[in-house]
Design a protein around this ligand. Sequence first.
Ligand SMILES: Nc1ncnc2c1ncn2[C@@H]1O[C@H](COP(=O)(O)OP(=O)(O)O)[C@@H](O)[C@H]1O
Ligand SMILES: [Mg+2]
Length: 274
Amino acid sequence: MQLRAFFVFPLAAKPSLWEKAHMTTRRKKIYEGKAKILYEGPEPGTLIQYFKDDATAFNAQKKAILEGKGVINNRISEYVMTKLNSIGVQNHLIRRLNLREQLIREVEIIPLEVVCRNVAAGSLSQRFGLPEGQALPRSIIEFYLKDDKLSDPMVAEEHITAFNWASTQEIDDMMALTLRVNDFLTGLFAGVGITLVDFKVEFGRIYENDFSRVILADEISPDSCRLWDSQTNEKLDKDRFRRDMGDVIEGYTEVARRLGIMKEMPTVIQGGLH
Ligand SMILES: Nc1ncnc2c1ncn2[C@@H]1O[C@H](COP(=O)(O)OP(=O)(O)O)[C@@H](O)[C@H]1O
Ligand SMILES: [Mg+2]
């Protein structure tokens, strides 16, 4: 499959002046990260997650603006989170609000990035000298500490429990949930001709009476997954940006198109990609 850069991204993908004014005058910004902004939500315990067009890689040493990325990731993440909710994987999404924003449940983020791998790629390939694309004997889950200053180091369960980042029970819950996400997403993407090579998820705690529970948070999108065309192994994800391959937005758009959600982005000119 060849990606063609025929499509034009909509003006509406950029925040309008009204949107900008609304954002700055009426909302409290809680946090601005590399790819998203969190604003105070309309009710206690809620937040608004705004998807920016900013792309970063290698711990933000490499930066760019990819016009339209936020719109596509907002929609893809909504789609995936909604599907996961329907199979009983609880997550923070309440509903998408507009092109770039979704209403979410506020959680206490567990400071770990949980990575699940099916096929060797990226740092796993480097660390163990495995050729990219080699199927792994089974799915592998890894934990990384979410700390940009330390470049998100890989951590063992021993570190997680000793430093109190999460309890043994929470680790078990995160692993079980991640495997369910993996099983479901592997099938979802396989159905549209895409191999789910690996992905990263984040979890958070919600408190109910005296108990806390772990739910899925953050986003699931081509920023956080490796997605390869099943036939050609062509990359349709953030590696196109990391490796200067070009056509990054075209890759993300292709993922959305195959999932059947491009038609819900009416301002995007259809039919440019096949
Ligand atoms: N439901 C949630 N409640 C609170 N924080 C969240 C929730 N979902 C995601 N987050 C946090 O919001 C931030 C999202 O912005 P992002 O640009 O990804 O930040 P970062 O640069 O820290 O990765 C992340 O730090 C993520 O952990
Ligand atoms: Mg992030």
